[in-house]
Design a protein around this ligand. Sequence first.
Ligand SMILES: NC(=O)C1=CN([C@@H]2O[C@H](COP(=O)(O)OP(=O)(O)OC[C@H]3O[C@@H](n4cnc5c(N)ncnc54)[C@H](OP(=O)(O)O)[C@@H]3O)[C@@H](O)[C@H]2O)C=CC1
Ligand SMILES: CCCCCCCCCCCCCCCC(=O)[C@@H](N)CO
Length: 369
Amino acid sequence: MALAFLSLLLLLLFPLSLLLILRLIVRPKPVKIPIKNRHVFITGGSSGIGLALAQRAAQEGARVSILARSLQKLEEAKQSIHLATGIEVATYAADVRDFEAVKKAVNEAGPIDVLVVNQGVFMPQELEEEELDEVRFMIDVNLMGSFNMIKATLPLMKKRDGHGPASIAFMSSQAGQVGIYGYTAYSASKFGLRGLAEALQQEVIADNIHVSLIFPPDTETPGLEEETKRRPQLTSIIAASSGTMKADEVAKKALHGIQSGSFIVPCNFEGLLLSIATAGLSPQRSFLMAFVEVVAAGIIRFAGLCFQWNWYGSIEKWHAQKRSKYLGSSWCLIFRCMHMAFLLFRSCPNDCGPVVLHDIVSYMITVQE
Ligand SMILES: NC(=O)C1=CN([C@@H]2O[C@H](COP(=O)(O)OP(=O)(O)OC[C@H]3O[C@@H](n4cnc5c(N)ncnc54)[C@H](OP(=O)(O)O)[C@@H]3O)[C@@H](O)[C@H]2O)C=CC1
Ligand SMILES: CCCCCCCCCCCCCCCC(=O)[C@@H](N)CO
């Protein structure tokens, strides 16, 4: 009896002491980022996730500014937010690749409390087929554009009123946590954001600025609609492991993640698993999440390997199907019939006509199948 009690106590002691230690050591310390009456600046705020985020932030009482290239889309976004909430947002037309234009917009907008670096372009294709210009475009907009935004924003952000906690949030993607077929350039740009965010957090923590990285799965937006027109089939098959969300659901998770100061912000259940699996050496403010990461590390790695097993299975199957499609194609059929006829006529030159015909027909049928 005493022994059972003692072992139960030991069994409980281990997780409890781990929780206690984690509570003491997680860094940076937990923080709350208020949104109400603060200036939220969203790049790519004229469409999709950015637009949904702008509307939500406005509804929660923030002063919202949005930036994108097309004036017309900005105007439409402004009107749709006004129609839905009665609130006016400020708009800035600039290309994030143009540092001077971005600096002008940010200085006009005034000190920013919450910067959401959300602009992004995605053109999936196998690297071998993709033009280098497209690769460069994705890296320029998604990664260099993010550097431009931060360089332009930081000086004023540091001088913000009251020095309350500020935030810089990046819209990454689950393809920024794991490499996905067809996304060599896109994944590279989004993985790049992670390095940028981890290093930046250490540099700005002393200014009470807190970094968040948001990792949505496929999300129903005008961008995704365009993307699906040209997406390789395997990209869609693998991306489907995580399902699809609505832009407003992603915006809700994103805003909540920013407000609770989380460094890593997953958006759905698969995303939560993915974040635990790829926790690595990222900062973690929540001791409860840190506890889950420590305890689940082994089993989640196993789950990750199962996903890879499944994905490589799909890739293998896809290539096999491509081969059998070639076997079923008409050119191949003609070639094989000629080959078969040649072999048959060579082996039985005399009175075996009906046999030859029968063989050719059955051969054609099997090839068609
Ligand atoms: N939709 C999805 O499935 C997912 C999207 N994401 C990420 O979420 C973010 C938003 O995606 P989503 O809402 O789908 O995209 P959309 O294509 O719907 O919207 C993109 C926004 O970014 C702006 N933008 C694009 N290029 C530039 C540029 N060079 N300078 C300034 N603004 C620019 C666009 O306006 P304009 O063209 O006028 O410049 C638009 O406002 C992206 O970073 C994307 O990678 C992550 C995971 C999944
Ligand atoms: C260990 C557990 C693992 C859990 C599941 C992992 C599922 C990963 C799926 C990755 C999907 C990537 C979608 C990218 C969407 C995107 O960014 C584009 N639409 C472009 O915008």
